[in-house]
Design a protein around this ligand. Structure first.
Ligand SMILES: CC(C)(COP(=O)(O)OP(=O)(O)OC[C@H]1O[C@@H](n2cnc3c(N)ncnc32)[C@H](O)[C@@H]1OP(=O)(O)O)[C@@H](O)C(=O)NCCC(=O)NCCS
Length: 207
C-alpha cells in the first residue's frame, strides 16, 4: 500500500465497465442478489446519457470507488419515488438535461478502502459538478444498511430519526450526514435490499 499513488477522482470511461462490475461484486456480496451489481449495458447507457455525472476513484491501477448521477427536476426528487422509477430501472433514461437537482443514483467504495476518504472524494466531485451546472440541490435516496438489525424494534422512520440525531451510527447514512446532507424523510419500498429491508432516507444538500 505504501507505493500506491494517492487516490485520484476522474470521469468514468467505457474501459472501466468490467472493473466497476468487479468492484460492485465486492461491495454487494451474497446475500445481496445480482441486481445489486450494475449491468454492463446500464454502465454504457450512463455514459451516453450524462457522461460528466459518472465518476470513479482510482488508486494505482485499480478502481476503488464509483459513483453515478443524473439530473432530475427537484420537485420529482423531493416527491415520493422509487429508485427504479426515478432512474429508468438504472438506465438513466429519465435523465433531464435541464433538471435543477443532481440525483445520486449510486455510490460504492471497495470495502477494503472504506472510511479512508474515498466516499468524500466522490461526493465532493458531484457537489462541484452540481454547482458548475447551476443545480439548486443534490438529492439522493440514502441506504440504511443498519436498519435490518433494528427492524424488530423500530420503524424505518424512527431509525432514520435516530441516525439523524446521532443516537445510532448507520454505516452509510451517518457518513452522508457527515458530508453535509440533511434528512428530509423516508422513502418506503425504495429498492429491494436485504440490509435496508427496502427502505431509504430521502437526503438533500442545498447548493
Ligand atoms: C457510503 C460509502 C460510499 C462511504 O464511502 P467511504 O469511503 O467509506 O466514506 P468516507 O471515508 O469518505 O467518509 C465520509 C464521511 O463520513 C465520515 N466517517 C467515515 N467513517 C466514519 C465513522 N466510522 N464514524 C463517523 N464518521 C465517519 C468521514 O469522516 C467523512 O466525513 P469528512 O469528510 O467530513 O471527514 C461506503 O461506505 C460504501 O460504499 N458503502 C456501501 C455501499 C452503499 O451503501 N452506498 C450508498 C448508497 S446510498
Amino acid at each position: 500500500m505504501r507505493d500506491t499513488p494517492p487516490p485520484r477522482l476522474r470521469l468514468r470511461t467505457l474501459g472501466d465497465v468490467g472493473e466497476i462490475r468487479d468492484l460492485m461484486a465486492r461491495v454487494y456480496p451474497p446475500p445481496h442478489g445480482p441486481e445489486a451489481i450494475w449491468s454492463a449495458e446500464n454502465l454504457r447507457l450512463h455514459l451516453k446519457a450524462f457522461p460528466e455525472g459518472q465518476m470513479v476513484v482510482e488508486a494505482g491501477e485499480h478502481l476503488v470507488g464509483t459513483a453515478t448521477a443524473q439530473r432530475v427536476p427537484l420537485a420529482a426528487a423531493l416527491a415520493s419515488h422509487t429508485w427504479s422509477g426515478i432512474t429508468g430501472h438504472g438506465s438513466l433514461s429519465t435523465h433531464d438535461p435541464a433538471g435543477d437537482a443532481l440525483y445520486g443514483v449510486n455510490i460504492a467504495v471497495d470495502p477494503a478502502w472504506q472510511e479512508r476518504g474515498i466516499g468524500r472524494l466522490l461526493y465532493q466531485g458531484r457537489i462541484d459538478l452540481a454547482r458548475r451546472l447551476g443545480c439548486r440541490a443534490f438529492v439522493a435516496g440514502a441506504r440504511i444498511p443498519g436498519y435490518h438489525r433494528m427492524a424488530a424494534e423500530m420503524t424505518p422512520e424512527a431509525y432514520v430519526a435516530a441516525v439523524a440525531e446521532g443516537r445510532i451510527f448507520d454505516p452509510t447514512l451517518s457518513k452522508q450526514i457527515r458530508v453535509g446532507f440533511q434528512v428530509r424523510g423516508v422513502l418506503r419500498d425504495y429498492a429491494h435490499d436485504v440490509e435496508t429491508m427496502g427502505h431509504a432516507a430521502l437526503i438533500l444538500m442545498e447548493l
